[in-house]
Design a protein around this ligand. Structure first.
Ligand SMILES: [Zn+2]
Length: 349
């Protein structure tokens, strides 16, 4: 969401929920009403190096800050949702092995955040939370089931069917980025340590690595020239050069789309959702730019080619709409869902 529209508190429909989206760089918090409308938001740095207890305290303070900004008491917030990078142990409320949160393993994150804000906290994988946000109030709001793929440093996944967030028996459900798409011995290595996963082909890290290899291999054209001229190789640079018509940059973007299309086929054949949404930072401008639209069309083309003819034009494939707010709004939505279903843990107050 580039332009946030904030709902005046007087128009909010209670109960109110807070969502906290924990990232490696920022903690993003949002206060929403019962219809998922944003009332206030709050962002602070994660400061991973200061350790998990310090961050848990600041996540708790973020909830107090939301209440303060909105002019309510923290106790007026019914529950908090916390979205965290995984893998997680959801019943235990801990991070099992956090890639960029070094030293946070097995820290009782959910319960410490709950202690710091004095409210019950619902714990979720960050991509599942984002998927629920899109499902509840974003681009998936008109669908009864959806899969969200978030393209960033890694590839996150979330699967929502009705009011069911697919978390799995061992908290590893919806890990769509770690689906095997290439069983070949030459398959690219995923940061999780296994070869051939979707993330190894579709993340920002992957597209940059593939570009580096091409440039090192003697590729010509404007992207290669820019890199040799000292420009930092990023998905933004690749997108810019693809928009300028550079063949290598265009190929890198379209190859990424092709792999995503292959992944989407398997996901759709397992779940058959109404919609598949693509979100995250690496969407090449999304629906707003010709490149973003071509990126999506290439995915769709691969999907149509490989799926059942009876399904080819039925599954909606599109871009997510909440941007960086999906995780916090969705986490709040999952807290609301848990409250309504009577699954809210007791406050650790
Ligand atoms: Zn993996």
């Amino acid at each position: 969401m580039s332009e946030r529209s904030l709902l005046p508190l007087a128009e909010a429909r209670r109960p109110l929920y807070a969502g906290v989206d924990l990232g490696g760089t920022n903690i993003k918090a949002a206060l929403v009403d019962d219809e998922g409308r944003l009332i206030v938001f709050h962002t602070e740095k994660t400061h991973v190096d200061r350790g998990p207890e310090d961050a848990a305290a600041r996540m708790g303070q973020s909830v107090h800050a939301l209440a303060h900004q909105a002019g309510i008491a923290t106790a007026d917030i019914t529950a908090v949702g916390l979205g965290s990078p995984g893998p997680l142990d959801l019943p235990a409320g801990t991070i099992v092995r956090a890639g960029n949160l070094v030293g946070w393993d097995n820290f009782p994150l959910r319960d410490r955040v709950s202690a710091h804000c004095g409210l019950p906290v619902t714990f979720a994988n960050d991509a599942n939370a984002a998927a629920y946000g899109e499902f509840w109030v974003g681009s998936g709001r008109d669908y009864d089931s959806l899969i969200l793929l978030t393209l960033g440093t890694g590839v996150g996944g979330g699967i929502i069917i009705g009011d069911l967030n697919i978390e799995g028996a061992h908290s590893h459900g919806s890990e769509c980025g770690h689906m095997v798409v290439d069983p070949a011995e030459t398959a690219r290595m995923c940061p999780c340590g296994q070869p051939g996963h979707l993330e190894a082909y579709c993340s920002a890290k992957s597209i940059v690595a593939r570009a580096e290899e091409a440039v090192a291999g003697g590729a010509t054209g404007s992207l290669a020239a820019a890199v040799r001229g000292g420009e930092k190789l990023t998905p933004i640079l690749i997108g810019r050069e693809a928009e300028n018509g550079d063949p290598l940059a265009t190929e890198l973007v379209m190859e990424t789309a092709r792999w995503l299309g292959i992944g989407i086929v398997s996901l759709v054949h397992a779940i058959d959702p109404e919609a598949v949404m693509i979100g995250g930072a690496m969407t090449f401008g999304g629906a707003r730019t010709p490149l973003g639209r071509a990126f999506l069309e290439r995915m769709h083309q691969e999907f149509r080619q490989r799926t059942f003819p009876s399904l080819a034009d039925k599954t909606a494939i599109g871009f997510a709409s909440l941007g960086g707010d999906a995780g916090s709004i969705g986490a709040a939505g999952l807290a609301r869902l848990a409250t309504r279903q009577g699954r809210n843990p007791a406050s650790a107050r």
